[in-house]
Design a protein around this ligand. Structure first.
Ligand code: 5RP
Length: 219
């Protein structure tokens, strides 16, 4: 089974967490794209979706699924999204696709966060995947120096702007033993919009695609 087949299987399994009449929070990336394609099959039963990126909004609209503004929906019952790394505590690194800020907003506004990954994303400690940090452009150097002081090696994501018009620093060389603390510490640097650690608000359920099928992890 290929990695993409595992992503597709796990994304389809997440449909089980969607009920009729709901507005569904939708993430970003290749696994989330499989979820959007699966959601299209039940589109007449849902009331619409809130997207965590322009790319996901476009894909949803392409399937004829109504995309709603989070300001008009109120809290969402469920958010489904992938991750770049995940621990058994359901702490995540996200933002490989650069959508971390909107992803964190939709996750925060959702009662249940269902994280859908293939087994290659499972780790004992976060940090092998470079941690994305969204930064206001004028603060790029200031934030980079602060990240170096925290033990990281930030690298500017060349030629990339987020949907919010900001930059991404990808921070290498972190072995993240306390993701809750590091998430807060990075967010407190002036000029940081968000970082890709999802530890203060971890996933509620993790579905993992493996060659033997989809397994479910809860904290
Ligand atoms: C985008 C994300 C994605 O969830 C993450 O990058 C995983 O992507 P994929 O499903 O393509 O492996 O955080 O900002």
């Amino acid at each position: 089974m290929t990695q993409d087949e595992m992503k597709k299987a796990v994304a389809e399994a997440a449909l089980e967490y969607v009920q009729s009449g709901w507005v569904v929070g939708v993430g970003t990336g290749s696994t989330a794209n499989h979820f959007i394609d699966a959601l299209a099959r039940i589109k007449t039963r849902i009331d619409g979706a809130v997207a965590s990126s322009e790319a996901s909004a476009e894909r949803l609209r392409g399937h004829g699924i109504q995309v709603l503004d989070l300001n008009s929906t109120g809290p969402l019952p469920v958010y489904v999204d992938g991750a770049d790394e995940a621990t058994s505590n359901l702490h995540l690194t996200k933002g490989g696709g650069g959508a971390l800020t909107r992803e964190k907003i939709v996750a925060a506004a959702s009662e249940q966060f269902i994280c859908v990954i293939d087994e290659t994303k499972q780790v004992d400690y976060l940090g092998a995947f470079p941690l994305p940090v969204e930064v206001i452009p004028m603060a790029r150097s200031h934030v980079a120096r602060a990240l170096v002081a925290m033990g990281g090696s930030p690298v500017l994501r060349e030629g990339f702007r987020t949907d919010n018009g900001n930059l991404i620093l990808d921070v290498h060389d972190l072995r993240i033993l306390n993701p809750v603390e590091l998430e807060s510490d990075i967010d407190h640097v002036a000029g940081v919009v968000t970082n890709g650690l999802f530890a203060r608000r971890p996933a509620d359920v993790m579905l993992v695609g493996t060659p033997g099928g989809v397994t479910r992890i809860v904290p």
